[in-house]
Ligand binder design. Structure first.
Ligand code: BTN
Length: 269
């Protein structure tokens, strides 16, 4: 009798020689391409990278727009465990942390993180993470970890200019986006393996040491609509802790339950 392989990452080797790193000049969204390839059963997809997206998307249903050839636009398909011993939100914490670790390693600059997964430099958004779920050809769950990094953008349109930044702007040099991607991927492989084997305590501690969430303002969607509050931190399960204007505290697990108020959320331009 064949034993079921219980290690969800057994066939996930994103930094191995045999890994498929797929590069496209132009796609609708790397999320869509990755989803299709995964559904078709193409093995060993480590990364789907694009030079340009015609329909790039961010969180809160927003567009993610980046001028051709200027940004890292990548999706990493990561197999999901059947019964995770950690909150799945930790995958998005891992992704944000890995972009921070890569930029710190390559540029030696300080990088901040804002719940759930914005990457900030000098208080401005330099990168964002979007996680979507997919099923592979065998019906197994896969997280599509989409990352956009404002690499060599020189100018942002309109109000975004005060809210977004790029690696070029912060470091004064043109970035090798392939080298950045390889570095992010290497960190991601290590952090995800640690998360799956040891749980999320270490990851959360690393994330919190860069946390710039405090003070951000949010409005709650749905039944409680209209209520606003200020973020005070992140709980042990990865929920945002909000101090509502009425004085009560609330934990919010999903960013889709919230609307940022007057912040720089959104795409590059
Ligand atoms: C955010 O709203 O902050 C998340 C932005 C995520 C953008 C990336 S770019 C690569 C991947 N493909 C997409 O369409 N979106 C993600």
């Amino acid at each position: 009798m064949e034993m079921e392989n219980t290690d969800p990452l057994a066939e996930w080797q994103p930094c191995s020689i045999g890994a498929r790193v797929l590069r496209y000049a132009r796609v609708s969204s790397t999320q869509d391409v990755a989803r299709r390839l995964i559904q078709e059963g193409i093995p060993n997809i480590a990364a789907v990278i694009a030079g340009y997206q015609t329909a790039g998307r961010g969180r809160f249903g927003r567009a993610w727009v980046a001028p051709p050839g200027t940004c890292l636009l990548v999706t990493y398909p990561i197999p999901l465990p059947k019964n995770a011993s950690f909150p799945l939100a930790m995958l998005s914490f891992a992704a944000g942390l890995c972009v921070a670790l890569a930029v710190e390693e390559l540029a030696g600059i300080e990088v901040g993180l804002k719940w759930p997964n914005d990457i900030l430099i000098s208080g401005k958004k330099a990168s964002g993470v979007l996680i979507e779920a997919a099923l592979d050809a065998g019906g197994r769950g896969v997280a599509l970890v989409g990352i956009g990094v404002n690499g060599n953008v020189t100018r942002f349109p309109g109000a975004l200019d005060g809210q977004a930044t790029s690696l070029l702007r912060e470091t004064g040099r043109v970035w090798d986006l392939d080298a950045l991607e390889r570095t992010v991927r290497a960190h991601l492989e290590r952090e995800v393996r640690r998360l799956y084997t040891d749980g999320h305590d270490r990851l959360l501690a690393e994330w919190r040491s860069r946390d710039r969430t405090g003070g951000a303002r949010y409005r709650i969607r749905g039944a409680d609509g209209g209520q606003e509050g200020s973020a005070v931190g992140v709980s042990d399960t990865g929920a945002l802790i909000l101090l509502l204007d009425g004085g009560s505290r609330m934990e919010v697990m999903s960013a889709t339950a919230l609307r940022p108020v007057g912040s720089g959320e959104g795409g590059v331009g």
